[in-house]
Design a protein around this ligand. Structure first.
Ligand SMILES: [Zn+2]
Ligand SMILES: [Zn+2]
Length: 113
């Protein structure tokens, strides 16, 4: 069943034919963005690429990146993209991350609870 829905991203009215909550145009743009980021990271000469660099370069918010990351869009590059642990400041690959924390701090936090 197709329902008319407002795109979560641009607000345009579109026919919702699947569980997707953004319109075709935004979906296509998102796909392009994901492949651009993947290509950028994979072809980067450096061994690792900081997450901030990607956010700045692609004008992306960390939430947006996270949503795509959780949707499994960056599996190929997850080991090459790094972020700073919010607690200890260690630079870690985003692949091992939970809530902006490195796996060490995430573990410690769990033990404390
Ligand atoms: Zn849209
Ligand atoms: Zn940490």
């Amino acid at each position: 069943m197709a329902n008319a829905a407002n795109c979560k991203k641009c607000g345009a009215l579109f026919l919702q034919t699947s569980k997707r909550d953004i319109c075709d145009k935004c979906f296509e743009e998102q796909n392009k963005l994901v492949s651009d980021i993947n290509t950028y990271v994979l072809t980067a000469p450096a061994e690792t690429v900081p997450l901030e660099e990607i956010l700045t370069r692609f004008n992306l918010k960390v939430d947006e990146f996270e949503a795509l990351f959780l949707a499994g869009k960056f599996v190929k590059v997850a080991q090459k993209v790094t972020m700073k642990c919010a607690k200890c400041g260690n630079i870690v690959p985003i692949a091992g991350k939970t809530n902006q924390l490195c796996s060490n701090c995430a573990k410690k936090l769990q033990n404390e609870i």
